[in-house]
Ligand binder design. Structure first.
Ligand SMILES: [Zn+2]
Length: 108
């Protein structure tokens, strides 16, 4: 007789997350610090990632979905998932930093 609540090892959890990721059911967000997060929010959206405090803000934008659909259609590509990240400083960290500009300096 099998136990009703078998112990699930952490390795099993990670394996399951990996399978879900491969199926495009979740998105893995990796960061320079090496940690991985799983984002269950699969609707086309933009992740605003603060490189200072690590906060992630989901920004839903209709235009984002239209661009992804247009690009995928043009390339005859069957999309399983997508991710759009914008890295920078959130409003809180930007205010703390004081003089940090909202947009990066233009290149010369
Ligand atoms: Zn921040």
């Amino acid at each position: 007789v099998k136990a009703l609540h078998p112990t699930v090892s952490l390795a099993t959890v990670y394996k399951t997350l990996q399978i879900l990721r491969e199926l495009g059911l979740i998105q893995e967000l990796s960061f320079p610090q090496g940690e991985a997060r799983f984002d269950p929010y699969m609707k086309p959206h933009i992740n605003l990632v603060c490189t200072k405090c690590g906060s992630i803000t989901d920004l839903e934008d209709r235009a984002t979905q239209e661009i992804i659909e247009r690009v995928a259609t043009a390339a005859k590509f069957a999309t399983l998932g997508q991710r759009l990240d914008i890295y920078g400083l959130c409003e809180k960290c930007r205010k703390k930093a004081g003089t940090a500009p909202i947009t990066p300096a233009t290149r010369n």
